[in-house]
Design a protein around this ligand. Structure first.
Ligand code: A2P
Length: 318
């Protein structure tokens, strides 16, 4: 099974990446350093995670220690909703390159389709006079052109989007010169994203799954009473015991066999090790079928506060 996903433009991305949402400071540096020792070569960050500097310092140190070279690692970052105007995209990427101490990004994503006002204070959740999120409806095809310019100037290798739905991806495809290489979205056994997967397969766009373990540590505002814990799912537990693997490994391997890249988060050495050791077994077609049967529309990340944004397409983002 592929340890890499190949993009249309020829570049390839390791199928397992370390998700870094929620990691900052010393614990981020320690985690990234341990991940490197365990063989992780794909790191997923975002401007809004406020950890690019920590990741950049750690990767830079590892290069100085001759443990890696720049070409060995794949770095993704994402442009936040406040920086979707063409000028802001340029500014934002300059900062990211600086923070990450690199001359190019492997993958740059638009973090969300819903824009917010840039008030110049770096606040990623600006509010208006009524105390509501300060929405701006950017023309995403214009934002995309700025990403294309960054590819043409050599500071970014591949581009894509996160949390976009099919009609939004289609809009980009119909108006682009450079096609998206990758879409990142919440995906796991309880939320298998079949519609978008089918669409992206047709268009040769790769998909990366965030929250592949059901994100048990997600923030409070993403928690609903009806949410059950994916890692406790009995079907997964039974399969895990049959294969002498952990539930996490079954959940991740399931996605990899379905053609996704996975971005599990962990700050724990042994769990990080589990999460990358996915290539010495194969889930049978029968067990894949059982896991496919778990697709019950449980979405753990809720973007409730964006539901009145014009780019919040009804039924697509819940
Ligand atoms: P920890 O950092 O203590 O390992 P997701 O990637 O779906 O967002 O989930 C991240 C959460 O899952 C974190 O709370 C992380 O906790 C936990 N986690 C990561 N890997 C494993 C694993 N192999 N087994 C159990 N829990 C895990």
């Amino acid at each position: 099974m592929a340890k890499y996903l190949k993009f249309l433009n020829g570049y390839r991305m390791p199928s397992v990446g370390l998700g870094t949402y929620g990691l900052t400071g010393e614990s981020c540096k320690r985690t990234v350093d341990e991940a490197l020792s365990l063989g992780y070569r794909h790191f997923d960050t975002a401007v809004s995670y406020r950890n690019e500097k920590d990741i950049g310092e750690t990767l830079c140190l590892a290069q100085k220690q001759d443990r890696i070279q720049r070409e060995d690692v794949f770095i993704t970052t994402k442009i936040p909703s406040i920086y979707l105007s063409p000028e802001d995209v340029k500014y934002c990427v300059r900062e990211s390159l600086d923070n990450l101490k690199v001359t190019y990004l492997d993958l740059l994503l638009i973090h969300n389709p819903w824009g917010l006002r840039n008030k110049g204070d770096g606040n990623f959740k600006p509010v208006n006079d009524e105390g509501q999120l300060d929405f701006v409806h950017y023309d995403l095809t214009e934002t995309w052109k700025s990403l294309e310019n960054l590819v043409n100037s050599g500071s970014v290798r591949s581009i894509g989007m996160s949390n976009f739905s099919v009609p939004q991806i289609e809009r980009i495809l119909l108006n682009c010169k450079i096609k998206p290489s990758n879409i990142q979205l919440e995906c796991h056994a309880y939320y298998q994203q079949r519609k978008i997967k089918q669409y992206c397969d047709l268009k040769s766009i790769t998909l990366s799954a965030y929250g592949p373990l059901g994100s048990p540590d997600r923030p409070e505002h993403h928690r609903l009473e009806k949410h059950t814990v994916l890692l406790d799912e009995q079907v997964i537990r039974h399969i895990a015991s049959d294969y002498r693997k952990t539930p996490a490994q079954i959940l991740l391997r399931f996605l990899i066999q379905n053609g996704f890249a996975v971005l599990p988060k962990s700050q724990n050495y042994n769990r990080m090790k589990e999460n990358i050791n996915l290539f010495d077994f194969n889930i049978s077609a029968m067990d894949m079928g059982k896991i496919q049967g778990l697709d019950k529309g449980v979405k753990y990340f809720i973007f409730e506060s964006f539901k009145h944004h014009p780019e919040f397409l009804d039924g697509e983002h819940f």
